[in-house]
Write a protein that binds this ligand. Structure first.
Ligand code: ADP
Ligand code: ZN
Length: 737
């Protein structure tokens, strides 16, 4: 059992017996292993098998390519071919492609395809359901009669449910089963919902919507690879339009995947889907219970799940017959997975669509520069919805110049914003205050000596969360109580909160508007789709006057009576060394502004800023999206930054700072030197200490035509890192921390 190498000479292939196969295991191993097919019989690539590995048994997938041709005596035999749908060749190619592009072992990527490996191969979990059995002679009792009566009225309950409904113990129910008075049958624990009905009519589309929808339908019907960027201002009806493409794919019996950047958006999206198609879609995200995940994976693999709405991890699942992928809010940085296999689900969705030979739709009000550039290079089609649907107009955006509107210390709502809130709430409309910072205050310091409370594991300040009565590190999750005395000077009760988080902002709003009904929404106050759903419902039902929130409130939601958005700190995202800082701030503020005035009530946005002349802020206030994009594109081109050039980051980390620095210098010494390549660093990462590890960054900058993964592979093969130093490779980085 040795790793097989692909593409060996024909001399080796001669040794091959047809009995030998390659099996890729869902483990971080670079290569498939070679096994004997043994008694299991003929196997084909994609088959899911059970194989011995060490002294364990693992599931694996029969992989493509010639095995190594080892003497059969050295090889272990495959134990069993599982009764499961095989992994398609498109998905196998995707695994190899993603592994190659991200410099990860294929097995680590395979694991993302089979997150619950057993789910596909094991029979679905069953549950016992009861109905009345034969009439039999038995001792009658009030309890027994109640049970039999409920069983007759409501057949199909489980023993536990029946016992509860009849208010008896489960033992009573069990006894009746034993006596034959109740008949027990078993049925699958999860019954798939009925398939969505593609015949149902959507809303009547306006002219530009109809045109865009026709283009998307044609792309799906073509059964060939294509990418369409669906660009439309917030509220233009992008969802209505891509539903037409969904209907087209469903018409031909194929499956559809809709990716969303945040699980926060799934509930709303599921509800809306059900309204449109008369049956629910399947959700996929990290907060699902294990049983539900397994059932969903099974339904995906067997083609029963026709439409999946999910987070980025839904991209790699083994769909039986995928016909369309939609990436909603395609510009969103949450599509980037930053741990393990580091990848961008938006980009990998395009790769998957290519392997599958299907259409992909990228939807956004503020498309990424990458996608816009692909449109201008004519690699992507462009469908544009230039206006909000119906009477809704885009909100008016005004800047509050904080250099003139001086705020008292530790106060964050300016006078013009206060006036606007008062008017809005007074009119019976709703206001939203946006601040992209969780907790109460981003920094706590000692008023006596100036000592700042820092995370013990990270180079980061602890963030106060009053609601939980704790200080938290937003990077590693460390939590502690506010100490009684300053750890540096011993002064007691002298801690001061500096700067605002949403909790503190809400406190100020409550003080200014004591009559208003206020709610706070951040990823730590509402983190399950249900909690978020409840909050959104309260908002829709006008049970909230002022909603204070982080970026979780910025995206996708549609509140008809929300007419005022106040952005507390419009400059927040502009600082720092992220080459996309301007683009991202522009996107985020456009998104959050887009929440205002979505129905027939005109909306208004106030941006509080110290930098009113900054191109991002100025463009927002003029609604000059095109001007901003053109200027930003020109700047990127001048600097050779994406989408005109390529980037890849290497992050080394370890507990011994000197060792990490030395390794980074050694690695830099063997850096590739060629025209079109620049290596920046090594330098301590902005977050130079994280989870107890010191971090050094190197950045490779390359011309667009460079094969960056190949360059990285060559480079990294030249230097063996000490085993205590960990390496992460981030191709097309989105985070520069
Ligand atoms: P986007 O995704 O572009 O922000 P949505 O698809 O969410 O826009 O549409 C915004 C609102 O306008 C939604 O309430 C939607 O139901 C409504 N809407 C969009 N298009 C139509 C249409 N053709 N007829 C009726 N309502 C529409
Ligand atoms: Zn920390």
């Amino acid at each position: 059992m040795l790793p097989a190498r692909p593409g060996r000479s024909t001399g080796t292939r001669r040794l091959l017996t047809p009995d030998q196969i390659r099996v890729l295991l869902p483990l971080p191993l670079a290569e498939p292993f070679t096994y004997r097919a043994g008694e299991v019989g003929p196997l084909s690539p994609g088959d899911i098998v059970e194989v011995p590995i060490g002294n364990r048994v693992s599931l694996g997938v029969v992989w493509d390519g010639p095995p190594e041709g080892l003497p059969p005596a050295k090889l272990k035999a495959v134990l069993r071919r599982c009764d499961a749908p095989p992994l398609s060749s498109a998905l196998r190619r995707l695994v190899d492609w993603v592994a190659g592009y991200t410099l990860n072992p294929s097995g680590a990527v395979l694991k993302m395809c089979l997150p619950e490996p057993r789910a596909l191969v094991e029979p679905p979990p069953m549950r016992q359901v009861l109905r009345p059995g034969e009439a039999i002679e038995m001792r009658a009792s009030a309890q027994r009669e109640r049970v039999l009566q409920v069983a007759a009225e409501r057949p199909g309950l489980s023993p536990g449910e029946l016992a509860e409904a009849a208010a008896v113990s489960v033992a009573v129910v069990r006894k009746l089963i034993e006596l034959g008075a109740l008949q027990a049958d078993s049925t699958p624990a999860f019954r798939p919902p009925p398939p969505p009905d593609w015949r149902r009519q959507g809303r009547a589309l306006n002219t530009s919507q109809a045109e865009a929808a026709a283009g998307l339908r044609a792309a799906v019907a073509a059964r060939d690879f294509s990418v369409t960027l669906l660009e439309g201002v917030t509220g233009a009806g992008k969802t209505e339009v891509y539903y037409e493409a969904v209907a087209e794919a469903l018409k031909t019996g194929r499956q559809v995947l809709v990716l969303l950047p945040e699980i926060a958006l799934t509930q709303q999206s599921l509800d809306r889907f059900e309204q449109r198609f008369g049956a629910p879609a399947w959700a996929w995200h990290s907060e699902m219970a294990e049983g539900r995940r397994a059932a969903t994976l099974r339904a995906i693999g067997h083609g029963e799940a026709k439409v999946v709405i999910g987070a980025r991890s839904a991209l790699f699942l083994p769909y039986a017959d995928l016909g369309l992928i939609v990436v909603d809010e395609e510009h969103d940085a949450s599509y980037k997975q930053e741990e393990g296999v580091i990848y961008n689900a938006r980009d990998m969705a395009v790769v998957r669509a290519k392997q599958e030979g299907i259409a992909v739709v990228l939807a956004s009000a503020t498309p990424s520069l990458e996608s816009l550039h692909n449109v201008s290079r004519r690699r992507y089609a462009h469908a544009v919805l230039p206006e909000r649907h119906g009477a809704a107009t885009l909100p008016r955006i005004d800047i509050v110049d904080l250099r003139k509107e001086r705020l008292p210390a530790q106060r964050f709502i300016s006078a013009p914003l206060q006036t606007a809130i008062r008017e809005t709430v007074g009119n019976g409309e709703q206001a939203m205050l946006f601040l992209n910072r969780r907790g109460y205050a981003p920094l706590t310091l000692c008023g006596a000596c100036g000592h700042r409370l820092q995370c013990p594991n990270c180079a980061a300040w602890l963030v106060e969360h009053k609601r939980h009565g704790r200080l938290q590190c937003h990077h590693c999750g460390h939590q502690q109580r506010l100490p009684d005395a300053c750890p540096s000077c011993g002064a007691e009760d002298r801690f001061k909160a500096c700067g605002p988080g949403v909790e503190r902002l809400a406190e100020e709003a409550a003080m200014l508007f004591p009559e208003a009904r206020l709610a706070v929404m951040a990823s730590d106050t509402a983190n399950s789709p249900q909690q978020i759903g409840e909050m959104l419902t309260r908002m829709e039902n006008r049970e909230i006057d002022i909603l204070v929130g982080t970026q979780i409130v910025a995206k996708g939601h549609h509140f008809p009576l929300l007419t005022l958005v106040g952005v507390i700190d419009a400059d927040l995202g502009l600082a720092g060394g992220d080459p996309r800082a301007a683009e991202r701030t522009h996107q985020l503020l456009t998104q959050v502004s887009g929440r205002a005035g979505r129905a027939d009530h005109p909306g208004r946005v106030l941006l509080q800023s110290f930098l009113p002349e900054h191109p991002v802020i100025a463009a927002l206030s003029r609604h000059d999206n095109a001007g901003f994009i053109a200027a930003e594109m020109a700047e990127r081109q001048r600097a050779g930054m994406p989408p005109f050039g390529r980037l890849a980051a290497i992050i080394l980390s370890g507990t011994d700072q000197a060792q990490v620095q030395q390794a980074a210098r050694d690695l830099a010494r063997v850096a590739p030197r060629a025209p079109g390549l620049t290596v920046l660093g090594p330098a301590p990462a902005p977050l130079h200490y994280l989870r107890g590890r010191f971090r050094e960054r190197l950045l490779l900058k390359a011309a667009r035509e460079v094969d960056v993964p190949a360059v990285l592979r060559e480079w990294l093969s030249k230097f063996r890192l000490p085993s205590a130093v960990k390496r992460a490779v981030d191709v097309d980085p989105y985070s520069f921390l």
